[in-house]
Design a protein around this ligand. Structure first.
Ligand code: HXC
Length: 284
């Protein structure tokens, strides 16, 4: 992960504990690393035992804080409940929860079986609910905060992503209600909606290489984001600076969802919108 200079004090999260599903790789690995770099300990949760244990060891080594890796499946509430017991036994508390485990593949509706649709909803939406259910009592004790990693693809009708769009729309709705219902108990709940982020397995697998240049042109900031961009946003949302922010979404996408489908409906950012392109309008 390329890391930018942090605007946060290095010990802003000293004494805190994070629990992160999907923390063994990709965006959520970047988030937990950034949280630990600011002083907290962590537990990461994922399906592949060796992977999650190796990731935890690397996080501990790189940050000098303690991370434990726990294997389980967000589709199974009991595995999350066991993980929370272990995390509390190890660290005594949980302050920050990231619901980041997700499943994705491209498929037209015509090729999507009922089980395929159900599988993604179970990982993303039910998994986020399970994560909430397993951690909320601990978060009420610490007046902690929960963050879901959603997406922007369901803001417009994204082809080949009906299953993921339905799942992420459910995640967004769930988190907002958690924010509203648990606000009076001091718990905040928010969403980060990443746009196109380079260096993730999901993006490498799902975005055909030959479309990257054209896709990048559809982004107002003209570049893919980095894992660090998402980690910085997460650090802010868990920080005391965000203490009045709940039940909302922080979109971190270079402005791309505004243009990816809507500019001429083509997914391409026209030359006329780039610097110097205004000349095209002067003829009007
Ligand atoms: C159609 C598919 C399919 C595909 C799986 N299925 N892949 N259908 N096209 N490409 C169907 C299977 O045939 C099966 O249905 C059902 O989905 C369940 O598949 P399993 O392989 O049995 O499930 P499982 O082993 O639990 O795997 C879950 C998974 C898998 C989501 C399908 O891809 C996975 O675990 N991926 C790793 C996590 C991941 O994707 N991370 C990336 C997140 S990136 P049938 O009917 O045959 O039983 C992200 C943002 C990316 O979220 C944004 C980019 C634009």
């Amino acid at each position: 992960m390329s890391s930018t200079v942090s605007v946060f004090k290095p010990d802003v999260f000293a004494g805190k504990v994070a629990f992160v599903t999907g923390g063994g790789s990709g965006i959520c690995y970047g988030i937990v690393k950034q949280l630990m770099a600011h002083g907290c300990n962590a537990a990461i949760f994922g399906r592949r035992q060796k992977n999650i244990e190796d990731a935890a060891a690397a996080l501990s080594k790189d940050t000098g804080k303690k991370c434990i890796g726990i294997s389980g499946d967000v589709r199974k509430l009991d595995t999350l409940q066991e993980a929370i017991k272990r995390t509390v036994a190890e660290f005594g508390r949980i302050d920050f929860v990231v619901a980041g485990a997700a499943g994705n593949f491209l498929s037209p509706l015509a090729g999507l079986s009922a089980n395929a649709f159900k599988t993604v909803l179970e990982i993303d939406t039910l998994g986020t609910y399970h994560t909430f259910k397993a951690t909320i009592d601990e978060l009420c004790k610490t007046k902690g905060s929960i963050l879901a990693i959603s997406a922007t693809l369901h803001y417009t009708a994204t082809p080949l992503q009906a299953h993921v769009s339905a799942a992420k729309a459910g995640v967004d709705a769930l988190i907002k209600v958690i924010g509203v219902e648990y606000g009076p108990r001091g718990v905040r709940a928010n969403i980060i909606a990443p746009g196109p982020i380079a260096g993730t397995e999901g993006m490498d697998r799902l975005m055909p290489k030959e479309l990257v240049a054209e896709h990048t042109r559809a982004i107002p900031l003209q570049t893919y984001g980095s894992i660090d961009d998402i980690a910085q946003a997460a650090t802010f949302l868990f920080s005391p600076g965000a203490k009045y922010i709940t039940a909302t979404t922080l979109v971190v996408d270079g402005g791309s969802w505004h243009t990816s489908q809507s500019v001429g409906g083509s997914g391409v950012y026209p030359d006329a919108f780039l610097p110097g392109g205004e000349k095209a309008f002067s003829k009007l």
